[in-house]
Ligand binder design. Structure first.
Ligand code: NAD
Ligand code: DAU
Length: 330
């Protein structure tokens, strides 16, 4: 199977490519614009097995050429950071909506199988004490420019599947952690702060809850859906990993041998979603998927070790990322 992986030089996409590049009978091409969030270094361990095409998913001519030569597209490419979407929504509209539209037109033209990687943020947020979790039937209610553009892209996929018979599946996953995540994101920001002598930064009181899943578990679910998912269906991916941000920051400090109170409270994010929680029982019951990383503490320790052992992958970006946050009071 020839698979075109968009965004394969980003966090989740590169882990997906590394995991699947050596599968027998699988040939992977990565299409990635190498924005600030993409790095060819993330693919160095599989550079012999994978071709990397540097380009934009909104470039229709390039996309049609690549899609015409593949059997399936797995679409990870996106502008993915909420804080950036508050500073400037425009690349989010362009990549997440126009880029997805461009891919859909190409898979429609060539009859190519398509899997769309989306987020639980399309459902908005939950109260802390709400017994319900997000399911495939939860209504869309996105809060940020990022999540609203992801919601728009999901709607395009559903429309292209129904109106044009595109062979599409969708997945909405919760917060990922693991190696190769950009250091602007919560967990790697705090780990690399501690490694560079900067105090970790917690937005507001840190009551916000995220439902953490290891990136390898997200990707094993994406593969299972690509392989056995029902065309036209949406699957929710989660590993029952709900934790508030305060607990996560204290756990990172403790695992790195620091005082768990040694962090700063900084300006909260505008419109900050309170809680996400995923009910992944459809995926588990119908497709037999289960997460491997069920102990968050162990997964977090392995992630800390990875950032400690791979300074070269992130250290050139660190000062600029922190300067940007400091300018926002975060
Ligand atoms: P990321 O920001 O780490 O990587 C995005 C990649 O897309 C980068 O390599 C970037 O260069 C590339 N890209 C951006 N614009 C492009 C364009 N116009 N053309 C081609 N490539 C472009 O993102 P991530 O965290 O790996 O997320 C991947 C996908 O998973 C996204 O669709 C995101 O919405 C979704 N998702 C992320 C999480 C999470 O916790 N990170 C959770 C659920 C879903
Ligand atoms: O839920 C899935 C989503 O998870 C994905 O769709 C997004 O692409 C991904 O970025 C992530 O979004 P979040 O906004 O939840 O992730 P982020 O890492 O930016 O923040 C996680 C939580 O930590 C959030 O409540 C904000 C908080 N935070 C973040 C940073 C960067 C802090 O307290 N301090 C920080 O320095």
């Amino acid at each position: 199977m020839r698979i075109l992986v968009t965004g394969g030089a980003g966090f989740i996409g590169s882990n997906f490519v590394i995991e699947n590049a050596r599968r027998p009978g699988v040939n992977i091409t990565v299409l990635d614009a190498l924005t600030y969030a993409g790095s060819p270094a993330s693919l160095s361990s599989v550079s012999d097995q994978v071709s990397l095409v540097v380009g934009d998913i909104a470039d229709a001519r390039l996309v049609h050429d690549l899609v015409s030569k593949c059997d399936a597209v797995v679409h990870f490419a996106a502008e993915s950071h909420n804080d950036n979407s508050l500073a400037d929504p425009s690349p989010f509209v362009q990549t997440n909506i126009v880029g997805t539209y461009t891919l859909l037109e190409a898979v429609r033209a060539y009859g190519v199988r398509y899997h769309h990687v989306s987020t639980d943020e399309v459902f908005g947020d939950l109260e802390l004490d709400d017994p319900a979790k997000f399911t495939e039937h939860t209504a869309y209610n996105p809060s940020s420019p990022y999540s609203s553009t992801k919601a728009a892209s999901d709607m395009l996929v559903r429309a292209w599947a129904r109106s044009f018979g595109v062979r599409a599946t969708l997945s909405n996953c919760s917060n990922n952690y693991g190696p190769y995540q950009h250091i602007e994101k919560f967990i790697p920001r705090q780990i690399t702060n501690i490694l560079t002598g900067v105090r970790p930064k917690l937005y507001g009181a840190g009551r916000n809850v995220r439902d953490w899943i290891h990136v390898d578990d997200h990707n094993s679910a994406v593969w299972r859906i690509l392989d056995s998912g029902e065309i036209g269906r949406t699957y929710l991916i989660g590993a029952d990993g709900e934790l508030d941000n305060l607990s996560v920051i204290r756990m990172i400090l403790e695992l790195m041998g620091r005082d768990p109170h040694d962090f700063d409270h900084v300006t909260d994010r505008a419109g900050h979603d309170l809680r996400y929680a995923i009910d992944s029982s459809t995926l588990r019951d119908e497709l037999g998927w289960h997460p491997r990383y069920t102990n968050f503490r162990e997964g977090l320790q392995a992630t800390i070790d990875w950032y400690r052992d791979n300074h070269g992958w992130w250290e050139n970006d660190k000062d600029a990322v922190e300067a940007r946050y400091q300018a926002q009071g975060a």
